[in-house]
Design a protein around this ligand. Structure first.
Ligand SMILES: C[S@@+](CC[C@H](N)C(=O)[O-])C[C@H]1O[C@@H](n2cnc3c(N)ncnc32)[C@H](O)[C@@H]1O
Length: 376
């Protein structure tokens, strides 16, 4: 869980420089592309490089297909080019280019009866919240239009306004905004809850509190898996009302206590021996997170547990989902940051937690989970 040291031994610079010069030399590249033992590597490297170059087009093809609802339409079965072009109000010759691009990306396939979904395309249509997440990416892409300015911190990002609650309890005054972002979060919660609860033992948990729990989607998943514990939902006053109908629909109203409040200003309710923070820390600065973890520690009894679940960076081993997507997303939000498991473990230790563990994540692009215990 440790992170890259900023200083320390690195490979011998002269040898690395020689290798870099060799690999970038057109003469060497020509030779390697023909030599039987290296030509496979060269082709794979070339394809990977081209995927990076074309990544923006790939995202925009996905955005167009989702915005036109093509995956949803094809769930019922194949459709002809003419029918899809008519539905999308795109001239057939241009529509063919979009659909063939979808084929090239493995989302669609074409056959005698027209275009149909592949397995990946069907997953795209079926994963709750994924289409909405793709649709709202237009905001992120506008923020990234000048990437150098973005990384310099010179961009007034639109995404910061999309999630207004991170600036404090502002959403408390605007239930409509709260409903919009709560829906997007709740829709994408199913996979997060599945992956988190698969890794966490429910033994000994008599009362579970979810802090920053939105409209209770995660807590409803806890209720479904574990029929006994009492449940407390803590979130901003404009957000929590959405939980009432959700818990009524699963017949768990009598187990649920809803506590509206802000963890920036209010003490957390006591009584729970398990507290979860799911996709909460990455919205906030280290200072706010440290104060929040200290409040969580104070609210737990000795032996009580905390779990953090959210997408994380790879730390010493940067990886695609955490370091080349979530870290940028958090940068655009401008209030928090994506952290590695090691960084979160340090913040937990700073609040007094021990026995900190991070079981191997099933799908790190969905979430990673870390657990800590308040010493008995
Ligand atoms: C990214 S959402 C995650 C919601 C939910 N845990 C999930 O994973 O779907 C962050 C949540 O933290 C809540 N939140 C933000 N600031 C808060 C504060 N000061 N006090 C309580 N909740 C807060 C938001 O209202 C929102 O529901």
């Amino acid at each position: 869980m440790s992170d890259l040291p900023l200083t320390g031994p690195v490979a011998k610079p002269r040898r690395v420089g020689w290798r870099n010069r060799l690999l970038s030399s057109p003469k060497f590249q020509d030779w390697a592309a023909r030599f039987p033992l290296t030509r496979g590597i060269v082709r794979r490297e070339g394809e990977a490089m081209f995927d990076l170059v074309a990544g923006f087009c790939h995202s925009q093809i996905l955005q167009a297909l989702v915005s036109l609802d093509i995956p949803q339409k094809l769930l019922a079965g194949p459709m002809s080019l003419a029918a899809l072009a008519h539905m999308a109000q795109i001239p057939p010759e241009r529509m063919r280019i979009l659909l063939n691009a979808g084929v090239a990306l493995g989302l669609l396939k074409s056959g005698r009866r027209g275009y149909a979904l592949t397995r990946r395309g069907s997953a795209l249509a079926g994963v709750p919240g994924l289409a909405d997440m793709i649709r709202h990416h237009d905001v992120l892409y506008r923020d990234l239009a000048d990437p150098v300015a973005f990384f310099r911190g010179e961009t007034e990002t639109e995404l910061a306004g999309f999630w207004p609650y991170v600036f404090g309890a502002g959403a408390a005054e605007d239930p409509q905004t709260a409903e919009r972002y709560s829906l997007l979060m709740a829709d994408s919660q199913r996979m997060v809850a599945e992956d988190t609860l698969d890794l966490v033992s429910l033994r000994g948990v008599s009362h579970w509190m979810d802090v920053g729990g939105g409209t209770g989607a995660f807590l409803a998943a806890v209720a479904t898996r574990a029929p006994t514990p009492d449940l407390t939902l803590f979130d901003l006053p404009a957000v929590v009302p959405g939980a009432t109908a959700r818990f009524a629909s699963i017949g768990a109203t009598d187990r649920l206590r809803i506590v509206p409040g802000s963890f920036r200003d209010d003490a957390l309710p006591t009584g729970a021996n398990m507290i979860s923070l799911v996709r909460v820390l990455y919205d906030h600065s280290d200072e706010t997170v440290q104060a929040l973890l200290t409040s969580v520690y104070a609210a737990l009894p000795p032996g009580g547990r905390v779990i953090i679940s959210e997408p994380m960076t790879g730390g010493a081993r940067p990886e695609r989902a955490g370091d080349a997507y979530f870290a940028l997303y958090c940068l655009a939000m401008r209030t928090g940051r994506a952290r590695s498991a090691g960084e979160i473990a340090s913040l937990l230790a700073g609040a007094g937690f021990t026995a900190i563990s991070a079981p191997r994540s099933r799908r790190p692009f969905v979430t990673t989970t870390i657990e800590g215990v308040k010493p008995a």
